[in-house]
Design a protein around this ligand. Sequence first.
Ligand SMILES: NC(=O)c1ccc[n+]([C@@H]2O[C@H](COP(=O)([O-])OP(=O)(O)OC[C@H]3O[C@@H](n4cnc5c(N)ncnc54)[C@H](O)[C@@H]3O)[C@@H](O)[C@H]2O)c1
Length: 256
Amino acid sequence: MTLFLNQKIILVTGGSSGVGRATAIALARHGATVVIADIDRAGGASTVASIRSAGGIAEFVATDMRDASAVASLIAGIAASHGRLDGAFNNAGILEGTFTAFTELDEDVWNRVIDINLKGVWLCMKHEIPLMLRQGSGTIVNHASIAGLYGNRIVGPAYIASKHGVVGITRAAALEYADRGLRINAVCPGIIDETVMSEAIFGSDRAREAQVKALYPAGRVGSLEEVAETVAWLFSDATSFITGHALPIDGGLLAQ
Ligand SMILES: NC(=O)c1ccc[n+]([C@@H]2O[C@H](COP(=O)([O-])OP(=O)(O)OC[C@H]3O[C@@H](n4cnc5c(N)ncnc54)[C@H](O)[C@@H]3O)[C@@H](O)[C@H]2O)c1
């Protein structure tokens, strides 16, 4: 194991659970100091405890990504205590409105999903970028989804719209800051096993699970570790010329 993220300060939003938690743990294992921000305090404390018990460095800051002043104070706090921010994984998100017809989608669901998944990522970037520009370097990885790259009838219109939006603002920001030392990419996983989202999609319907998994050329869906390690790699100096990408992590699904 090489410590290829040694000395880097990396923020993980939504790090109290699921992919964010697995990624925070992987980043710390690769040497990063990880700041976890989430609304779930108990989950955040548990991620921090896991990292510290393995000898890593992590801290938790309770933050609601929909709240502009909370996001601003999160980034100001990182600047004050660490003096810099090398990387940010803007990952916090929700899935609501699965298998819902366009005309049946509730406006509250639309607002919640867009608020957290899209506005939250934009707010994070709005406050992360100025700090990174002051340093002259920084890497952002936004968590989109394959639902940001193609339409499907599984995750519902609000989630599809939010993730297409995340891909769009990733590309726009990457272009704007490519010549000022910043790299901005998105990861676009297919369904990841053993998450609240795979649970929301499969439930206890084994026939549906088999049907969805059969869509994947790899013959299976992804794992937490497979996303976590891809995100860690995007933060590494090995990817210093990669920006503006929306990278599928999908076992070949979108190659069809
Ligand atoms: N699980 C999958 O199959 C899958 C596939 C593709 C993309 N994604 C994306 O991965 C990300 C994480 O999903 P997950 O499966 O780990 O879900 P999860 O529910 O396990 O984790 C999401 C985390 O975000 C936090 N969160 C929610 N709203 C928040 C807010 N307003 N402010 C701060 N934190 C908030 C939650 O507390 C939770 O800790 C999401 O953006 C999701 O769209 C997941």
